[in-house]
Ligand binder design. Structure first.
Ligand code: ATP
Ligand code: MG
Length: 242
């Protein structure tokens, strides 16, 4: 089982969204996925509940936050039936974060390209490194530029990327842009893959150009999610090979 954990003490940096996008893409490609929702806001659990209430299937198991001291046992217990365990962490330095990191193969640290978020991402990096020392075993990690501008690369983002490179901090080659479909999936308990049909249905009777624009937006979001998931899998397999 590969364990991929999303961490950043900065609230709202994109942990939950990035975790969900990854879970769907891996499930679509046939992997057995489980999510451990350690965020006290339990957004992913709420999403799964919303789907069940609407009679829609949930393509992966979603596990609720246990007592902190039971976290490692819960993770180890999922090993048998799971290929990929995706852990969504809370935005703090709670003990449960260390427990989850101790079982992590790849920690993904989402942030936008701003210098302010880069400092908070650096805190997340330190936490991963401290946990590595604690367990005397390396934990691979990578920064992920998320909630970025879809149309262009800002100078801030370019500078932060360069700074990370010069400090030998891995950054994922694919970024997740800020896109409306990524917020919609949470609002309506949807999967990204359900949006093309849904949008077609909702926009029946509208002009071709309106439908076309909406469909392109969805298609770009799906393509971005797919490329991002592939980049995470590549990082994971590289980490294990080294
Ligand atoms: N790529 C994106 N495109 C559009 N909106 C996004 C994207 N990523 C995150 N958001 C929005 O930004 C807000 C924060 O995102 P998210 O909940 O994923 O962050 P988080 O790090 O999990 O937050 P917390 O620390 O509170 O758990 C949400 O409203 C979410 O819909
Ligand atoms: Mg969250």
């Amino acid at each position: 089982m590969f364990v991929i954990t999303f961490a950043n003490p900065k609230g709202g940096s994109g942990k939950t969204t990035s975790a969900m996008l990854l879970a769907e893409q891996i499930a679509l490609s046939g992997g057995q996925v489980a999510i451990l929702d350690l965020d006290p806001n339990a957004n992913i659990l709420a999403w799964a509940r919303g789907r069940k209430e609407a009679g829609r299937e949930v393509p992966f198991a979603v596990h609720a936050r246990p007592q902190a001291e039971d976290t490692v046992a819960l993770i180890d217990g999922l090993e048998a039936g799971t290929d990929y365990l995706i852990i969504d962490l809370e935005g703090s330095k709670d003990q449960i974060v260390t427990f989850a990191l101790s079982r992590t193969d790849l920690c993904v640290i989402p942030m936008d390209g701003s210098p302010m978020e880069a400092r908070q991402a650096a805190q997340a990096v330190r936490l991963v490194e401290t946990t590595s020392r604690m367990i005397r075993s390396p934990i691979a990690y990578t920064l992920l530029f998320a909630r970025t501008n879809a149309a262009f690369l800002t100078t801030d983002e370019r500078d932060v990327r360069q700074e990370m490179e010069s400090n030998n901090i891995n950054t994922l080659p694919v970024r997740i842009a800020r896109r409306a479909p990524y917020t919609r999936i949470f609002r309506d308990s949807l999967l990204l893959s359900e949006l093309p049909d849904l949008v077609a249905e909702e926009l029946k009777g509208k002009t071709v150009s309106v439908v076309d624009k909406a469909q392109k937006q969805v298609a770009s979001a799906i393509e971005n999610a797919r490329d991002y998931a592939q980049a995470v899998i590549d990082a994971l397999t590289q980490g294990r090979a080294s």
